[in-house]
Design a protein around this ligand. Sequence first.
Ligand code: SAH
Length: 403
Amino acid sequence: MSQLTKLYLHAGKDQSPKRFHPWIFSGAVKRVEGDVKNGDVIEVYSASNEYLCTGHYQKGSIMVRIFSFEKVVPDATFWKSKIQSAYNYRQSIGLTDNANTDVYRLVYGEGDGLPGLIIDYYNGTAVIQAHSIGMYRERHFITEALKEIYGDKLKAVYDKSKESLGVSGDKIPSEILSESELKNGYLFGTGNEKKVIENGNTFQIDWEEGQKTGFFIDQRENRKLVAEYAHGKKVLDCFCYAGGFSVYALNAGALEVHSVDSSKAAIALTDNNISLNKSTGVQTSFVADAFDFLGSNVGKYDMMIIDPPAFAKHRDARHQAVMGYRRLNALAIKGIKPGGIIFTFSCSQVVDKYLFHGAITAAAIETGRNIRILKYLSQPADHPISIYHPEGEYLKGMILYVE
Ligand code: SAH
């Protein structure tokens, strides 16, 4: 076994890894023994030289992203066992061999003991997004593991790390990862069927040009709930992106659906997805700002879906974000017909469910309308939250009945 670089924590700073939290913050680090570069695998020791964990090193506030709390050799066998464990979990919750759904998240970072790694599975294509230099460097091991686990079912592996490495936290030092090295592209295969089904609804996914890995898989269960309420309704899908909620509503018998997004490209995806699904309802798309649209379309809808992008990516933007959710939801509550239903969401990790609840309450008070909470919503089981890493919780929502 080759000798891994050792990192020592300050005295008393070993409590966090002993509670299996997957990050070592820079403030806890006393010294690193030897030469260490961003992305290297490193072993973490207490001040009294006790082994604690192994992870990827990267300069910045999170200095080590831990992938093992036992001494390991991070070779092909190790990475395969990690990906296999993520696969087995999805298999046990009925996602891997499901005739109605062939799109799901296979790896959700810390939730699967793989900090810095996202893998989404789209009917034979795995789309990888590395959020750390270390995970980016493991991509060939990960690709081999995927091929072994899926066998013939896997047609392609697409690496979409350019954006995720470029924007996440610390800037990549050019001496470590040059721009030319960091390209999106196929690691296996050359593209494949881009049509997927989710709960029996058909979508065309553009992982190459689309947002994130191509689709917002995290709304699968909430879309199903929208379908339960949509029959016979006039529905507004705000921030529709590829039209996920719009398609479900129409397929469930909505009379009419209006889909709104400020991005032309998103509306093109929506239009295409609407055309792939045959329904009797009428659908119209609008390239528009959702705030403006809500403000000028009062009293028209029985049901609204409000699913904005993250208003806050960092803690220092949290207050502004809360004010944004309040303003947006006040517009929705004011605008919906009496007896209408609103599905409202926030995917800002730094705005937790209590803060979000507070923002919705403030919006409700502002409008003076009577509101019942039908249900609290969250992220689905293929975006698992490790009990040791509550930061993994980000998606929250509420279904409201507005009298
Ligand atoms: N509901 C979607 C995901 C929404 S992602 C789904 O289920 O797949 C957020 C979307 O909001 C993006 O498509 C983005 O283009 C859009 N957006 C961002 N700001 C906006 C604004 N002010 N008005 C309308 N759309 C906006």
